[in-house]
Design a binder for this molecule. Structure first.
Ligand code: PHE
Length: 458
């Protein structure tokens, strides 16, 4: 391979650590702090958490390694990377559809992700102004429903967040992003620990531990299993090309296995800490329930902050950090589309960012309305969902599109690619065989079984 082919036209991370930070920035986001607690609450706790952890270990980590590997070998947007690699392996060009489906998934996810990030942005000001300080749990719930039932307000916050995202995307992932993540990710971790420290003193910490880690397998419906697997993909940013494109900016000599494990462990840790911070608070207020849905953290964390010393400052800072965590994830959701527009449509980075941002913003309006005028209930495999289009988008992307994308990535890396090539990229000794076994058999079979089970086919 010639020297210039080894670097993506979009640039390269300055070191392996930059990649780890950026990929962790992508992985750690609303999925960990907002989504993990509320779906764990909806699906009954322990058993759901165990399935999720198994999925991270057996499906998530091997597929993350595969995505990074494919990205680094292809060095382009996921669509073109898959096309190039399929050609290199003598396979059909149809494999570039992994990239197309990923672009669509990223676009749909960002459309609702930016709306929820907008809530967090709104809360920076609600908590920061002291509005929450004097409230009891009824007051905090009222503040939340007042926000989400007002589409005009939501639209304003959604617009602001989308603009923030597109500014960074327009500047290129390396500038700004690297620096922001380096500082803010550790800060997020510290604040989460402060919150867990508070939660330990609520008198309900043990209830939370029981809820999160004591499995009651009778609660494990087909919907719970599918959601747990879908969440493993969502939280690790897998199955749509985000990690693939970040991998395409990875220097050639970095260890793919090590970095993937570091990222996955960090991501899982943040989710569990968020659970440990939130559920003790839920259990200490009788009118709060674990199954409160997407509003869960917005109805519980403010209460914790209202009651702890220094809560005003900690609370404001914490919501700022949630926004930043969401920000570094959003960027990776749209980056595959932007890179493709630059490569194939000859756009500048700025116009690619503007056009994809506008399109995403527009679709996001459906989510904005899902919490008021367009709200409707439906039954998802025995669990009632209340927020119409938002829930449908979430189920479609996280539970169907990402696992399918991941399945095809696993099949390509495990079955279509010559073993010599994956060996060369991964540069592992003994553990190569373990990865090989997981990517060829375990990950694809598990994904298939879980999806087929859903349709009652197994
Ligand atoms: N992993 C992010 C989160 O947990 C969301 C995400 C999904 C980002 C898919 C990129 C790709 O918040």
């Amino acid at each position: 391979m010639s020297e210039e082919k080894k670097i993506s036209i979009h640039g390269q991370w300055s070191s392996r650590w930059s990649f780890i930070l950026a990929a962790t920035g992508s992985a750690v986001g609303l999925g960990n702090i907002w989504k993990f607690p509320y779906i764990t609450g909806e699906y009954g706790g322990g058993a759901f958490v165990i399935v999720y952890l198994f999925c991270v270990a057996l499906i998530g980590i091997p597929i993350m390694m595969a995505e990074v590997m494919l990205g680094r070998r292809g060095r382009q947007s996921p669509i073109n990377t898959m096309r190039t690699l399929a050609k290199e392996e003598g396979r059909h060009g149809i494999w570039s559809w992994i990239g197309w489906m990923g672009v669509l998934a990223g676009f749909l996810i960002l459309s609702y992700y930016a709306v929820i990030a907008g809530w967090a942005l709104a809360y920076v000001f609600r908590v920061g102004s002291g509005m929450i300080q004097a409230s009891d749990s009824a007051g905090v719930q009222a503040i939340f429903s007042e926000l989400v039932s007002d589409p005009e307000k939501l639209l304003a916050w959604h617009t602001l967040f989308m603009a923030l995202t597109m500014v960074v995307v327009a500047r290129g992932v390396k500038q700004g992003l690297e620096k922001a993540v380096r500082l803010l990710m550790p800060l997020l971790l510290i604040l989460l620990l402060v919150l867990v420290g508070y939660a330990m003193n609520t008198g309900h910490f043990n209830d939370a531990i029981d809820f999160l880690f004591k499995p009651d397998f009778s609660k494990l419906t087909a919907g719970a299993i599918l959601t747990a697997m879908g969440h493993a993909f969502f939280t690790l940013s897998l199955g749509m090309g985000a990690i693939m494109i970040y991998g395409s900016y990875l220097p050639a000599n970095a260890s793919i296995a090590q970095t993937s494990i570091i990222i996955s462990v960090a991501d899982t840790l943040v989710a569990l800490l968020a659970g440990l911070a939130i559920f003790p608070v839920v259990f200490s207020f009788p009118d709060l329930t674990p199954g409160a849905g997407p509003g869960l953290i917005f109805q519980t964390l403010p209460l914790a902050f209202a009651n702890m010393p220094g809560g005003l400052i900690f609370g404001t800072l914490f919501f700022i950090l949630i926004v930043v965590a969401a920000w570094t994830s959003s960027i990776s959701l749209i980056e595959p589309a932007v890179a493709w527009l630059i490569e194939n449509r000859g756009m500048t980075r700025v116009s690619a960012a503007v056009w994809s941002g506008l399109a995403t913003w527009l679709v996001g309006i459906a989510t904005v309305l899902s919490f008021s005028h367009w709200a409707f209930d439906f039954n998802f495999l025995g669990t009632v969902k209340h927020n119409g289009v938002f829930d449908i988008l979430d189920i479609l992307t996280a539970n169907i599109m990402l696992p399918l994308g991941g399945l095809f990535i696993a099949v390509f890396a495990g079955w279509m690619m010559k073993q010599k090539h994956s060996k060369e990229e991964l540069a592992l000794n003994h553990s190569y065989r373990l990865w090989w076994f997981l990517i060829r058999y375990v990950a694809p079979v598990l994904v298939l079984v879980i999806i087929l089970n859903l349709f009652g086919l197994i």
